[in-house]
Ligand binder design. Structure first.
Ligand SMILES: [Zn+2]
Length: 339
């Protein structure tokens, strides 16, 4: 009997849906126990972080995020997804899970930290608009069902349009430095297009601008676009930015102009593709076609809260490089990347 009870108490691991794993990762990340990506994949890093937490709190060390472990996560471990209607100002496990679902469906907010702020609200509204349900910025059952594919059954594998993700080239011309090229202290996280100063940069595909401003981690003037299925594209070192947070873009929509801001030795476009915030080699995903749409086809509607705050920031801070800047997107005050 005791054995049966144990079997049925086994939590998160047994039905480790990606959203639950993501909420767990976000919580562990917030406690500085997990340095990996919030990708919803229950891998060795996640397991190690759970056991570290359990050891630290004197819990039985089984690597499973059960009730005691969830409790040890503090506000980050509760409440469960779907137990309440989430709204701006809320925080917790369910918010992190929601953010992961939003990101996977291509609505942002850029990262899952368990805090329901303006970017999350804007992402919820985009998801509601896309799903054709009432746009109120409140994440309740209908919104969650839409993000999970409308089945409401908890199936989370059908939330977004399927099919291969391919990207248009943001600028013409060949690629210079490739993905993974050695840099001082790290590997190149994108590809470089050596094109002249002022070359127009087009969005690589349909999506939403989730960052448009100066990045102190080395990217300089940076635009990040959220696409479906958890992909983001990054356009760095821009001389100027021509989009704003919340803008809906499509392939070829003007997002900025090539420059040399940030840690850059000369005009070029640093282009990055990330899946769940993990940089990947863009080349296999690039179409040969250029994003050649005429300028200004985005709706240009800004979500407001931080759109273009640092857009005209011109100062160059010689630090970092094209390294991964693990900073909060759209910060209230830009901070240097911590790693
Ligand atoms: Zn680069």
């Amino acid at each position: 009997m005791a054995l049966i009870a144990i079997l049925f108490v086994v939590p998160v691991r047994a039905d480790a849906s990606p959203a639950r794993v993501a909420a767990l990762q976000a919580a562990l990340s917030g406690l500085h126990l997990y340095a990996g990506y919030v990708d919803g994949i229950d891998g060795p890093l996640t397991h190690r972080a759970v056991t570290a937490l359990q050891r630290r709190r004197g819990l039985s060390v089984d690597g499973i995020a059960g009730p005691q472990t969830r409790k040890a996560l503090g506000w980050r471990g509760t409440p469960g997804l779907g137990s309440r209607v989430m709204r701006a100002g809320d925080r917790g496990w369910d918010v992190a899970a929601l953010q992961f679902l939003l990101q996977r469906a291509g609505h942002g907010p850029g990262r899952a930290d368990g805090l329901f702020g303006p970017l999350t609200r804007a992402a919820v509204e985009r998801a509601q608009e896309a799903a054709g349900i009432g746009i109120d910025g409140l994440a309740g059952a209908a919104t969650l069902a839409a993000l999970r594919g409308g089945s409401g059954s908890g199936s989370e594998l059908v939330s977004a349009p399927s099919g291969p993700v391919r990207f248009l080239r943001p600028v013409p011309g060949p690629i210079g430095d490739g993905f993974g090229a050695p840099r001082s202290g790290h590997l190149h996280t994108g590809v470089d297009f050596p094109v002249p100063y002022g070359t127009r940069v087009g969005a690589a595909g349909v999506g939403t601008t989730i960052y448009a401003g100066y990045n102190y981690g080395g990217y300089g003037n940076l635009v990040v676009i959220q696409h479906r299925l958890g992909y983001t594209t990054w356009y760095a070192h821009l001389s100027s930015i021509a989009t704003a947070v919340g803008a809906q873009v499509e392939g070829g929509t003007l997002v900025g102009y090539v420059g040399s801001t940030g840690n850059s030795t000369g005009p070029h476009l640093h282009f990055e593709v990330r899946r769940y915030d993990t940089p990947i080699d863009p080349v296999p995903l690039l179409l040969t076609a250029l994003a050649a749409r005429p300028a200004g086809t985005g709706s240009g509607q800004a979500a407001g809260e931080c759109a273009g705050r640092a857009r005209h920031e011109a100062s160059k801070r010689p630090q970092g490089s094209d390294r991964i800047a693990r900073e909060r997107l759209c910060p209230t005050s830009p901070q240097p990347a911590s790693r």
